[in-house]
Design a protein. Sequence first.
Length: 317
Amino acid sequence: MPGAFTITTATNTVTLSPDRQGEATFVVTNVSGRPLQGRALLTWQPPVTDRAAWGTVQGDAERVFPIAGTQQYTVKFTLPPTAPEGQHILRLDMQDVTSPDDVVQGQSVTLQVTPPPPRKPFPWWVVIVAAVVLLSGIGAYVLLGNRQATVPIVAGQSLVEAQNLIAAAGLKVVDTPKQENSDTVAQGLVIRPEPDQGTKVARGTAVTLVASSGPASFPMPNVVGSAASAAVIALQQAGITKFTLGRSYSNVVPAEQVISTTPAAGQPVTKVSQVDVAVSLGPCRRGPLVCQRFISPVFISPNLRFRDDMLRVPDQP
């Protein structure tokens, strides 16, 4: 008998950070043909009881799955310092709450725990070099006096504010700023100065401001005709995090396959663009009159629960 859920993940191996933390994302789809209440279970391989605190499901482990509904589970890992180095294998399984014995096994994720780098002997030569540098710095300060200036902190400022701060520090501003893409700094604000802020330079030195031109754009991935779970993974791999899934009847596109996307494939998008994905519910079986008057798909976040009553079907005359 086929399982009630399909469980996939885009990452089969997770290399933990030096503080032994990491995360993995699983996409779960209800393929039973009926609404389900599903519960996510974390299973270590081989089964052990002392690792329960190593992995945690973010958000509710138990969620409602409509017919062909999809949910995204994020599992955060935090391993203790006593955890042995090497590989540890975890699997996300799904349990039908109304039938606890019905458990579907998901894909496994291998956690890689790397050993800490070996401690190196203390480099005493650094102390000698530091002493020489300190003495040289004192001598330079005495000789140069007020002939030096410090590049001020201007990151995050507007171009006008940054130019005023640099001029007040006794430095010159290059008339034309450089432009760079940035996912974190808003368009028009300063990313950094060149030379870098905090740098000691001679008074009158020219400083170039590097301004943000906003996030870099790239072509929208083509996920039309893909399974909904595969489309979610493809968008995440492209770096797109703000997307919603919509449901709509279709006599052409099979159930749980993508009908269309907005923006369309090939259109320019960024990592912060809003993307709407229309997913087929298959042919409408509610009667010709209702199906003909069915309005456009309902778009919801992949992390929300989709219910049949969200479908915007007008009353029959």
